[in-house]
Design a binder for this molecule. Structure first.
Ligand code: PRP
Length: 205
C-alpha cells in the first residue's frame, strides 16, 4: 500500500477533485470526518490527512511516500523530496504587502511580519535589505494595520484579504501552486506505481 499525504484546508477539495478525475475516488476521503488515516483498499492507497505545512515533512521522513503540497511550503521548509509535477491548482503569489500609502524608511531595518521566515530572509538577503522578522501564525494582515510591522510577506490568492484590509502588494517574490511530490527512496522502490499516478495526473492538468 502506498501512503499519500493530502493537505487539509483550502487545497483539500481541489486536490481530491484531481484524484477523483483519475479514478481514485474514495468516499471516506470525501466524508467530512475527523479520521486522519483513510485506507482505500480498492486502489491500494492509504491517505493521511495533514496540515498543509506538514505534508513535505511527512514525505521527506518517509512517513508518507507521496503527497500534494504548495510550492510556498516547499520553499519554506526546503524539504529534500522529489517534485514530480506542477498540478496547476492552488495558484497564488508570495508577496510583500503593506499599507497603500506606505513610505519606506531605508535608514532603519524593515519590520516584516510573516509565517514564511525562510522565504522572507532569502528574499531580503537577495535584495540586500536589512530586516527584523516578526513571526506570526495567521491573520498576518493585521500586523501593519496595528503598527506591529511595516510590511508583511504572505500568500495572495484572490487578493480579497488585502483589499478588505486596505493593503496592497508592494513587490512580488514568487508564484506558487500545488506540487505532486515523492519521498526519494519510496520513488526508487515504488517507481512503477508513482510514475503511473504521475502520468495519470499529467493527462488531466
Ligand atoms: C491565507 C493568507 C492570506 C489569505 C490570502 O490565509 O495568509 O491571509 O489566505 O488569500 P486571498 O488573497 O484569497 O484573500 P489563510 O486563509 O490560510 O488563513 P491564516 O490567516 O490563518 O493564515
Amino acid at each position: 500500500m502506498i501512503t499519500f499525504a493530502l493537505p487539509k484546508g483550502r487545497l483539500a477539495n481541489k486536490a481530491y477533485e484531481l484524484l477523483k478525475q483519475i479514478g481514485y475516488d474514495c468516499i471516506a476521503v470525501e466524508a467530512d470526518s475527523r479520521k486522519l488515516i483513510i485506507e482505500d483498499e480498492k486502489n491500494d492507497i492509504r491517505y493521511i490527512m495533514v496540515k498543509p505545512s506538514d505534508v513535505s515533512i511527512y514525505v521527506e521522513h518517509k512517513a508518507a511516500d507521496i503527497g500534494i503540497v504548495g510550492k510556498d511550503i516547499l520553499m519554506e521548509t526546503g524539504s529534500n523530496v522529489y517534485e514530480l509535477l506542477d498540478l496547476k491548482i492552488g495558484k497564488c503569489k508570495i508577496a510583500v504587502a503593506g499599507k497603500k500609502n506606505y513610505i519606506e524608511d531605508m535608514s532603519v531595518p524593515l519590520k516584516v511580519a510573516t509565517k514564511y521566515v525562510k522565504i522572507t530572509k532569502d528574499y531580503f538577503t537577495r535584495i540586500n535589505r536589512a530586516i527584523e522578522i516578526i513571526k506570526l501564525n495567521g491573520s498576518i494582515e493585521l500586523a501593519p494595520l496595528l503598527g506591529l510591522s511595516d510590511v508583511i510577506v504572505d500568500i495572495v490568492e484572490t487578493g480579497t484579504t488585502l483589499r478588505e484590509n486596505n493593503l496592497t502588494i508592494l513587490s512580488e517574490i514568487s508564484n506558487s501552486s500545488a506540487r505532486f511530490i515523492a519521498n526519494k527512496s519510496s520513488y526508487q522502490f515504488m517507481r512503477q506505481k508513482i510514475d503511473k499516478i504521475t502520468h495519470e495526473l499529467e493527462m488531466i492538468i
